[in-house]
Design a protein around this ligand. Structure first.
Ligand code: FPP
Length: 244
């Protein structure tokens, strides 16, 4: 039997700065190396037939970093979009950016639009880059959409259900993450996909993001395959359902 595969993997790519510090290099060197890992992991997920890969590239809170690092990261995102999108497209990968993005430069926004348009009809891996993203931001933008519908008289407050609310979130069209991975030894969600991680399996590794290779991904996948997901049921109920 094939091992159970997650449909959607969500990753907090952490440890670029510490990877660089260990080598007495500037923090941006860690981010450049981190981009190489992004390419390796995207390739490995596409090969493993994962449906969705979401990468946390820049959080709503990352704007507070020193200006040279923020500028460096914006430059890195721009060059990655410009240089890598053709390769993604050739590999039938659909790419989407999710986040507020209102503080991005017009040049970066233009590259995002072009990359999304080019890859929109691809049917392979869906690569979601969370940039200027925060789980709380997502929940607030969904709440605002619903409040506007009430204000316009299109609906009333008592129609709100979990399903309706979830449909207003970014990524509502995608399955919720089955597997969450965080590198670098930190064991926090850090405002990533707060709503969607309710039943996700969590995998933590001490390895810094630039050092992540296909073995780490394979370890995370075999951890996932070993988990029994119960969604509030008992273990016996899940076994009965599987044998039915
Ligand atoms: C977290 O490590 C990493 C980031 C905030 C940036 C992630 C960016 C990349 C991996 C490069 C490009 C990615 C794409 C998708 C184009 P950290 O800086 O917080 O590390 P530290 O905790 O060791 O300081």
């Amino acid at each position: 039997m094939q091992p159970k595969l997650p449909k959607h993997i969500a990753i907090v790519m952490d440890g670029n700065g510490r990877w660089a510090k260990q080598r007495h290099l500037p923090r941006m060197a860690g981010h450049y190396e981190g981009l190489k890992t992004v390419k390796r992991v995207v390739r490995a997920c596409a090969e493993a037939n994962i449906e969705v890969l979401t990468l946390f590239a820049f959080s709503s809170e990352n704007w507070q970093r020193p200006l040279p690092e923020v500028k460096g990261l914006m430059g890195l995102f721009l060059s990655a979009l410009q240089n890598e999108v053709e390769e993604l497209h050739k590999n039938n990968i659909q790419m989407r950016i999710v986040g507020d993005c209102s503080r991005f430069s017009p040049e970066l926004l233009n590259s995002i639009t072009k990359a999304q348009q080019l890859t929109a009809n691809n049917t392979g891996l869906k690569l979601i880059i969370a940039a200027d993203y925060g789980g709380r931001w997502d929940i607030v933008q969904a709440a605002r959409k619903f409040a506007q519908q009430v204000e316009q008289g299109k609906t009333t407050a008592d129609t709100l259900t979990q399903e309706l609310f979830a449909s207003l979130l970014e990524m509502a069209d995608l399955p919720e993450p089955d597997l969450f991975i965080r590198t670098s030894g930190e064991r926090r969600i850090s405002n990533f996909m707060l709503w969607q991680l309710a039943y996700t399996e969590f995998y933590f590794t001490d390895i810094f993001w630039p050092d992540v290779d296909s073995k780490i991904l394979a370890d995370a996948l075999s951890f996932y395959a070993s988990r029994q997901r119960r969604f509030g049921h008992t273990g016996e109920q899940i076994e009965q359902l599987a044998n039915a």
